[in-house]
Design a protein around this ligand. Structure first.
Ligand code: ZN
Length: 380
């Protein structure tokens, strides 16, 4: 049983027979609130569009178990960044997922690994442009291709200002990746997708990321990488260095159909979305579905939960407050059923989403929430 007081976890006690609770849910699992470091959009909104409704997305994300996230902007023309970043400044919202800052994926990416990024929006790294972004918004994570000319200066400049830099959409060799780490590179973005692949005589960026002491994110929707691959990546990386991201698009949480990504048309089949030429653009699978798929495929549930909670919080330097259930920490909690679907999500002890209630609503257990459980899966 987890007891919540004043928005913080007040006590955690083991129970064999959960008493009835105010939520009335037939819950079986409690996890910390899920943290998504790569969300390009959701619920019909695309964060690469300066008119995206951030509040609407943040308000709907608790229905997927996500309680904190980085809205992500993909490669765009230079003049677009000020407006996008201004639109994504952290709002103060109640009963909504917390905005931890912005992830800029691009525009300093390798054209030959552009994936869904518009080639005309890619350009070589430029320190002045990168520092300019910091004037317009709260940039927390930048994904770039570390082998490009000027990339190392950019990595150093961003790292010195507390911005996390990740390698992605890149053709870097092992040696180039190693030099980038020495300059301040601290993460790999969506391992295997949009990067130089591994060969036993030329391990490239993918091989380096598997061996290096930096965390990697993976898109675990079963389409971007096989779920069997997730299992051996987890084994190769060891504890703490695997981060599950949705790479969600405007299509996430929406029916299959046509959506937009940075001005381009994409088509979602309900799991992934693609450009008209078939290029994968990102995912439509919500985080609770991603976790359910991983567990159904045989992945240790504790590992999956860590990779969606504590490990992303840790790479952002926020593990002391987010990503685990511990006395004194924020009471961001997710109650999941046996199929890993969200029954309820609490943010700072308040019910931000309850399944079947129609709309997110207030809990009658406001000041002293007592959340019984059968299984608490919390990284410590
Ligand atoms: Zn990408």
């Amino acid at each position: 049983m987890v007891t919540v007081d004043e928005g913080r976890v007040a006590a955690i006690e083991p129970t064999s027979t959960p008493p009835p609770d105010a939520l009335g849910s037939d819950r079986s699992i409690i996890t910390p609130g899920l943290v998504d470091l790569q969300l390009n959009g959701a619920f019909g909104h695309d964060f690469s569009d300066p008119s995206a409704d951030l509040a609407a997305v943040a308000g709907a994300l608790p229905s997927t178990g996500v309680t904190a996230f980085l809205p992500t902007v993909i490669s765009s023309p230079p003049e677009r960044y000020a407006a996008c970043l201004a639109n994504l400044r952290r709002p103060v919202l109640r009963d909504a997922a917390r905005v931890l800052g912005v992830h800029l994926e691009g525009p300093f990416l390798a054209p030959e690994h552009a994936g869904t990024h518009e080639p005309s929006a890619l350009r070589p790294p430029d320190v002045q442009e990168a520092l300019g972004w910091l004037q317009h918004g709260d940039v927390r994570l930048v994904t770039l291709a570390p082998e490009l000319p000027g990339a190392l200066d950019c990595i150093r400049a961003l790292d010195e200002r507390g911005v996390l830099v990740a390698a992605g959409h890149s053709g870097a060799t092992w040696a180039q990746a190693q030099r980038a780490m020495e300059a301040g590179l601290r993460m790999g973005t969506h391992l295997f997708n949009g990067m130089r692949q591994m060969h036993h005589r030329d391990p490239g960026l993918a091989g380096w990321l598997l061996a290096a002491p930096v965390p990697v994110s993976l898109i675990c929707d079963g389409a971007h990488v096989a779920l069997e691959t997730v299992r051996w990546v987890a084994a190769a990386k060891g504890p703490d260095q695997l981060i599950i991201v949705t790479d969600g698009l405007a299509a996430l949480g929406m029916p299959p159909g046509r959506y937009r990504l940075a001005g381009q048309g994409i088509v979602s089949d309900g799991t992934v979305a693609r450009r008209p030429d078939g290029t994968l653009s990102g995912s439509a699978l919500p985080m609770d579905h991603v976790l359910g798929g991983l567990v159904a495929s045989g992945i240790d549930p504790s590992l999956a939960v860590r990779a969606a909670t504590r490990d992303p919080a840790r790479v952002l330097g926020q593990a002391s407050d987010l990503g685990s259930i511990a006395v004194g920490r924020r009471a961001d909690l997710v109650l999941l059923d046996d199929s890993w679907r969200v029954r309820a999500t609490l943010i700072e002890g308040q019910v931000a989403f309850a399944a079947g209630s129609g709309t997110p609503g207030r809990s009658p257990i406001k000041d002293e929430a007592r959340v019984p459980d059968r299984t608490v899966l919390s990284p410590t």
